[in-house]
Design a protein around this ligand. Sequence first.
Ligand code: DC
Length: 206
Amino acid sequence: MERRAFTVAIDGPAAAGKGTVSRALAAHFGFAHLDTGLLYRATGLRTLDGTDPVEAARALRAADLDDDDALRTPDVAQAASRVAALPEVRAALVDFQRAFARRGGGAVLDGRDIGTVICPDAEVKLYVTASDEVRADRRHRELLDKGHDVTREAVLADLRARDARDSARAAAPLRPAPDAVQLDTSEMSIEDAVATAIAEVTRRMG
Ligand code: DC
């Protein structure tokens, strides 16, 4: 039996809970999951040694996404946000994301422009947000757990700087697709956020 394509597009600002919701949806429905932020992080990481960002994006390989610890540092997050503003970097990463989205058996992609640019025809679109304070608290705890020595204020400033850059850029800025369902997780438990997302996907699967 042919496995049909079904795309779930999840967008939103940094540390809003996109990753948690995406992984839970993928596990629940047996869909593949792509954290598209890793593509920009892996590109950004390569530029830290002086590599040209467009060259770095074009040379990206699947194995470059494997070293989660190296990709999830605050410096790499900022580098990712900077290279993500370059239209040629974004263009180099489009085909891979679209092919992933339309693979058989279903796919969840999370990022900033999935519902607006990468998969405007996605069967389900969610826009996951939370207040700045809540997002900073969550990301701060995550980084401390991984042994990073950062203050909550530095994390908050980092998130705000990235959100401002990601929203203000001309190429595929962060914004909800007009047909996205908004999910504000500020005062929600992880379980409630996941349950709401699962209900939405179930409804659209008909
Ligand atoms: O989701 P993240 O925090 O790992 O993303 C890191 C940066 O990559 C983010 O600040 C902006 C950029 N990004 C993007 O421009 N488009 C995407 N689809 C995903 C991430």
